[in-house]
Write a protein that binds this ligand. Sequence first.
Ligand SMILES: *[C@@H]1O[C@H](CO)[C@@H](O)[C@H](O)[C@H]1NC(C)=O
Ligand SMILES: *[C@@H]1O[C@H](CO)[C@@H](O)[C@H](O)[C@H]1NC(C)=O
Ligand SMILES: *[C@@H]1O[C@H](CO)[C@@H](O)[C@H](O)[C@H]1NC(C)=O
Length: 318
Amino acid sequence: MNQKSPQLIYLFQAVLVGAIMACMILMNPIQPDLLVQEACGCMECMRNVEVDPWYAKRYNSQVPRLMYTQNSNLSSSTDKWWQSLQGRPKNMNYTAIVETIFSMFPDENHYSDSGPDRCRLCALVGNSGNLEGSHYGPLIDAHDFVIRINAGPTEGYERDVGSKTTHRAMYPESAVDIDNSTHFVLIPFKMIDLKWIVSIFTTKHITRSPRKVKSSVQANMDKVMILHPEFIKYVHENWLEKKGRYPSTGFIMLVLSLHICDQVNVFGFGASKSGVWHHYFDKKYNVFHNTNNHKGGNEYNLILQLEKKKWIRLYKGL
Ligand SMILES: *[C@@H]1O[C@H](CO)[C@@H](O)[C@H](O)[C@H]1NC(C)=O
Ligand SMILES: *[C@@H]1O[C@H](CO)[C@@H](O)[C@H](O)[C@H]1NC(C)=O
Ligand SMILES: *[C@@H]1O[C@H](CO)[C@@H](O)[C@H](O)[C@H]1NC(C)=O
């Protein structure tokens, strides 16, 4: 008993010192820069959201991103919002559709692998005419992920837009054939879009949605991914503050990139320097940025904010 006493005293002292240190840490407000962990393997990573209240107010790390069986059940508020976009579809059994989808396409929790060993550089390539003459091609192709939007082609435009496409975000009305190394990221604005993606690989019977759509699309079934409807709602509510009816494909993919990449470089968004809004691949000078459905001006202002606050790097082209 007596021999053990010194050890007990040491133990007691150690506990006491530990307790005092714990108190000191708890009493000192944590410096914001202590929260900035380098949480990835890149030279620069996405910062902890806490450093920017503006960003923290909008960014929700918990929202489901890509869909798989385990997260496929919709909350009633998501279900209601989703149906408000499309009207109530007839003969749609959501549970059955989801079962079919994940018997055909990979049923995985994609891109949940962030950590100190990962450095995922993403190039998000929009379709703006400001890419013309930019010579961004090699820079874009140097990224791990090159995410393209809708029909934006690479063939014939390689010097300015690059040739690599790891992901292409599309919905039925915007779909094009893609090569078998590219992920097809379906943006399901409507429930029938889920039926359509099954149909294009099987019966090919869906030809309208309700506008005319491609009944068959060349793509690799093993690389299909479905954006979660709740993610679309989240972009609409948290980021666009419900302005416009629903977000554009490009803006949805920008927010998705913030969630799945360690660094986000954005190309081909906004007007060209001469103030014209058009696509690099057609010469129709559409005013496509402010249609009824998307408040493009609002989306672009958010992109500028994200750049100013250094969450993304924006390559504005010419
Ligand atoms: C989804 O909801 C259905 C019906 O309420 C239930 O049977 C099923 O277990 C749920 N799936 C998951 C993955 O939570
Ligand atoms: C919907 O499909 C599921 C799974 O195939 C099935 O169990 C359920 O009975 C169907 N519901 C309706 C209303 O048909
Ligand atoms: C992908 O396409 C190439 C060229 O068309 C072809 O040789 C290859 O077999 C395809 N791979 C798969 C998995 O379909």
